[in-house]
Design a protein around this ligand. Structure first.
Ligand SMILES: NC(=O)c1ccc[n+]([C@@H]2O[C@H](COP(=O)([O-])OP(=O)(O)OC[C@H]3O[C@@H](n4cnc5c(N)ncnc54)[C@H](O)[C@@H]3O)[C@@H](O)[C@H]2O)c1
Ligand SMILES: [Zn+2]
Length: 361
C-alpha cells in the first residue's frame, strides 16, 4: 500500500491510500476515524453489484449499520433532483451530523455524494472509494464537489474535503478499456504540466499500464495523486496554480459541450491537449518534437488526437461561455515543453480556430 497525505487548510490533512485489494479494509479504517453506529454508502447499481458487498461486510464487521443509496448510472443523474432524493434517503435513515458518507464509484458518484454530504446538515464526513482511474487520479482529490444544472456541468457546488480516500487499484480491473483510456488522458496531463520524467515513464510503460499491471498502476496512481495533492495544497480555493490542471480543458470542455456530452471527458481532453500544444507550437514556443511525442503517447493510450466531427460554431460558443474566460479573453494553459506549462491570455480566437480546423495540429 502507498499513502499520500493531502494537507488542507487549518493544519488538517487526509490520507489517500492506494493499492490492490484495499476495499476490504474500508470497514476497519472507517472505525478508526468514526465512532458512530451508521454509515451511508452511495453508489450506482453496477458498481454496487461488483463491490458493494465487500464494503458493507467490512463496515458491518466493525459494528456499523449500513444504509446503501443507489443512483442510476450516468452524468445526467448528477443533478439537484438526485441530490434531493438522497437527502430524503438520509432523513429516512436518520443520518446524524457525524454519520460518514462513503462514495463508492467513479467521478459522477464522487461529485454527487460529495455535494450531498457537504450540504446535508451543513456537512457530514465524506469517505471517497473511487473505482475509476479518472476518479482515483483526479476527481476524488481536491475537495471539489458539484452537480450539474441546466446545460452547464458542475455549476452548483461546494468545497468539501474527504476524511479519507481509498483507491483500490484492483477495482480498475472491471472497467471497460475506454474508461481506462479516459483516465489516462488525465494521467498524461500530469506528465505534461509538471513532470517530464513521469511522461518518459508513461511512454516506456503505456502497454503495461493499459494492461493494469499491479505495480505499474499503483506507481501511476500514486504519482498522479502526489502531483494533484501538491498543486491543490498550494491553491486550495482554485485561484491560480490550480489552473494548470486545466491544461487541455479549454478546448476539451468545449468539445464535450458541443457533442452534448456524447464524447467522453478524457477523449475531449486528449484532443484539447493536442490543440493547446499545437497553438503553443505555432506561437514558436512548444517544440515540434514534443508535440509529436504527445500525440504518439495519446494514440498508444487509446485516445484521439484529432477534432471529432462536432459543429465548430458550438465549440466556439462553448469556449466563450467557459469559466476560464476572464475579461473577454479565453485563458489557455499552454505547454512550454513536456513537463512545463504557463497561463496565457494572448491566444486569439483566430489562431485557436485555425489550429482546431487543421488536421496537423
Ligand atoms: N471533482 C473534481 O475535481 C472532478 C475532476 C474531474 C472530473 N470530475 C467529474 O467526474 C465525472 C466523471 O467521472 P468518471 O470518468 O469516473 O465517470 P463515471 O463516474 O460516469 O464512471 C464511468 C463509468 O464506469 C462505471 N464504473 C465505475 N467504476 C467501475 C468499475 N470499477 N468497474 C466497472 N465499471 C465501473 C460507471 O458506472 C460508469 O458507467 C464527471 O461528472 C466530472 O465532472 C470531477
Ligand atoms: Zn479533466
Amino acid at each position: 500500500m502507498r499513502t499520500v497525505k493531502v494537507r488542507t487548510g487549518g493544519n488538517k490533512s487526509y490520507d489517500v491510500r492506494i493499492g490492490g485489494g484495499l476495499l476490504c479494509q474500508a470497514g476497519r479504517w472507517n472505525r478508526e476515524i468514526f465512532p458512530g453506529q451508521m454509515a451511508i454508502i452511495i453508489s450506482n447499481p453496477d458498481v454496487d453489484r461488483l463491490y458493494g458487498d465487500m464494503v458493507r461486510q467490512g463496515l458491518e464487521k466493525e459494528g456499523f449499520k449500513t444504509v446503501s443509496l443507489l443512483v442510476a448510472e450516468g452524468e445526467r443523474h448528477k443533478s439537484l433532483d438526485t441530490a434531493a432524493k438522497l437527502y430524503a434517503g438520509f432523513q429516512k435513515a436518520r443520518a446524524e451530523r457525524f454519520t460518514p458518507v462513503l462514495a463508492l464509484g467513479g467521478g459522477v458518484i464522487g461529485d454527487l455524494a460529495g455535494f450531498v454530504a457537504a450540504t446535508y446538515m451543513r456537512g457530514l464526513p465524506l469517505v471517497a472509494l473511487p473505482t475509476t482511474l479518472l476518479a482515483q487520479v483526479d476527481s476524488s482529490l481536491g475537495g471539489k464537489t458539484a452537480v450539474d444544472h441546466g446545460p452547464v456541468k458542475n455549476n452548483i457546488g461546494v468545497f468539501h474535503h474527504p476524511g479519507l480516500v481509498i483507491a483500490d487499484t484492483f477495482t480498475l480491473g472491471s472497467l471497460p478499456q475506454d474508461e481506462v483510456s479516459n483516465g489516462l488522458a488525465e494521467v498524461i496531463k500530469y506528465g505534461m504540466i509538471t513532470d517530464r520524467p513521469f511522461f518518459n515513464l508513461l511512454e516506456k510503460n503505456i502497454a503495461g499500464i493499459r494492461a493494469l499491471e499491479d505495480q505499474l498502476i499503483e506507481d501511476v496512481v500514486q504519482r498522479c495523486v502526489y502531483i494533484k495533492a501538491r498543486i491543490v495544497e498550494k491553491d486550495e480555493r482554485d485561484n491560480g496554480l490550480r489552473n494548470t490542471l486545466n491544461f487541455g480543458h479549454t478546448i476539451g470542455h468545449a468539445i464535450e459541450a458541443a457533442s452534448d456530452f456524447r464524447i467522453k471527458h478524457g477523449q475531449a481532453v486528449a484532443v484539447g491537449m493536442v490543440k493547446a500544444s499545437a497553438i503553443s507550437n505555432r506561437m514558436g514556443i512548444f517544440p515540434s518534437k514534443d508535440l509529436a511525442r504527445l500525440k504518439d503517447l495519446l494514440l498508444r493510450a487509446g485516445l484521439p488526437v484529432r477534432m471529432p466531427p462536432v459543429d465548430m460554431a458550438r465549440v466556439l460558443l462553448a469556449m466563450d461561455h467557459d469559466k476560464k474566460v476572464v475579461d473577454g479573453k479565453t485563458r489557455f494553459i499552454l505547454p512550454r515543453r513536456i513537463g512545463r506549462v504557463f497561463i496565457s491570455s494572448d491566444v486569439s480566437f483566430a489562431l485557436a480556430i485555425e489550429v482546431m480546423e487543421s488536421d496537423n495540429g
